[in-house]
Write a protein that binds this ligand. Structure first.
Ligand code: FAD
Ligand code: UDP
Length: 377
């Protein structure tokens, strides 16, 4: 029996893991295409020509995970440097540690609370009239009170999402921990790090297996499916259907690059939470690789905006109207044969790299089993 032929659309983390696993475990010929001239999708990294710093071209990416199997998997293709993301917030009241932790609370309120006292203080500031928070703002007011909400979250969120925080789901705020100890790591996770040679080299390693063939600067067209047994599509779900029912909402970000001698801001990421400051954060990429030495530094002011047709979709908004539209596209997707949808864009979900790797490994394993049992994918 001839080996199956698969087409993977998208050479980001999800496309790379799916392609490798299928080629390795089914003997399939897997062609991968990407409309961009490089692999790695939004995780693409490149050395900056002027400073030599490894730059995360589409915004800062810190690998962090709770899944041991995912950590073991990515470590097969890269050596990770021991980086822990420690963000600072530039607020209208000064610069503080973020996520909110015991240092933030003590400095912000000018106190020396113990963990239990800090917990009790925040509980006393919370809005007790809110029983079940229905949105981002209610979640913040219930658990943090108005002062912390206004200084750390309101302005930043309006800039980041372009809407009133009352219109956002509470789940967005729940992504950020509040800690009553001095742990200032941005992520709650078992493993965290940055690949020494960048993400693009890591993903190149995933693609480096017999049976996988990557073609760049090639955009998917429906006619291409004819040459394959199955298509794995990791581009935007609504784009696959020609946006026939409308566009799913995304926010996009733009960057304003600048460079200088030495150290620009003393940290990899500083968030600007004041609505009057037009950018949402500044990232200085040499701080992501503290094991490297660079005399000059490069940094980016990040601005958030609504996505227009030509923009790269970054953050799925998932407002009520988007979720209604998503159901329409998900129904259409379920009626298709010969194509599966995966990844952050293909499923219109807010997924971190480790989630994408974990889901792609699980998904590929299910496909391998189905193929072995001669069941449809
Ligand atoms: P993508 O990386 O978007 O890859 C999809 C690929 O498909 C793209 O290369 C695209 O060009 C291609 N494509 C789309 N349509 C077509 C088509 N029609 N034809 C051909 N090719 C097509 N995650 C973390 O874990 N930690 C972080 O710190 C972190 N920071 C982030 C910061 C920003 C600003 C953003 C936007 C995301 C961040 N993420 C982070 C999330 C991370 O980027 C995603 O989890 C990851 O990129 C998803 O991989 P993917 O392969 O699903 O999608
Ligand atoms: N947020 C904020 N101020 C900050 C950092 C985060 O208001 O300094 C809010 C913002 O709405 C963001 C959410 O908290 O979308 C979750 O934070 P996360 O770091 O996960 O942000 P994202 O990945 O969306 O940039």
């Amino acid at each position: 029996m001839p080996s199956p032929r698969f087409l993977v659309v998208g050479a980001g983390f999800s496309g790379a893991v799916i392609a490798r696993e299928l080629a390795t475990h089914t003997g399939a010929q897997v062609d991968v295409i990407d409309s961009r001239p490089h692999i790695a999708g939004n995780c693409h990294t490149e050395r900056d020509a002027s400073t030599g710093v490894m730059v995360h071209i589409y915004g800062p990416h810190i690998f962090n995970t709770q899944r041991q199997d995912v950590w073991d998997y990515v470590n097969r293709f890269a050596t990770f440097g021991p980086y822990v993301n420690r963000v600072k917030a530039h607020t209208p009241r000064g610069v503080y540690s973020l996520p909110i932790n015991l240092l933030t609370i003590n400095q912000f309120f000018g106190r020396d609370f113990s963990p239990a006292e800090a917990r009790a203080h925040l509980a006393s500031l919370g809005d007790h009239s809110i029983t079940e928070p229905q949105n981002f703002e209610e979640q913040a007011l219930k658990f943090l009170g108005r002062e912390l909400y206004e200084n750390f979250f309101h302005g930043y969120t309006v800039k980041q999402w372009g809407c009133d925080p009352k219109d956002l789901p509470a789940s967005i705020l729940k992504r950020l921990p509040v800690r009553f100890n001095y742990d200032d790591s941005y992520f709650n996770c078992l493993h965290q790090g940055i690949p020494l040679d960048g993400y693009t080299a890591l993903i190149e390693g995933i693609f480096d297996v017999s049976g996988v063939n990557v073609r760049l600067s090639t955009t998917f067209e429906p006619g291409m499916a004819r040459d394959y047994d199955h298509v794995f599509y990791t581009g935007p779900l609504d784009a696959y259907f020609g946006h026939q029912h409308g566009r799913l909402g995304y926010r996009t970000v733009t960057f304003d690059r600048f460079e200088a001698e030495g150290d620009i801001q003393g940290n990899a990421v500083i968030n600007y939470t004041d609505a009057a400051v037009p950018f949402s954060r500044i990232h200085e990429h040499k701080h992501f690789t503290p094991w490297e030495t660079h005399e000059r530094s490069v940094a980016f002011r990040e601005y958030s905006k609504e996505t227009e047709a030509a923009d790269i979709p970054y953050y799925p908004k998932r407002l009520v109207a988007d979720l209604d539209l998503l159901r329409t596209y998900a129904d259409l997707a379920a009626q298709q044969t010969g194509v599966s949808f995966a990844g952050r864009l293909g499923t219109y979900r807010y997924l971190n790299m480790d989630q994408v790797v974990g889901e792609s490994l699980d998904f590929a394993a299910r496909c391998v089993t189905a193929l072995a049992q001669r069941q449809p994918l």
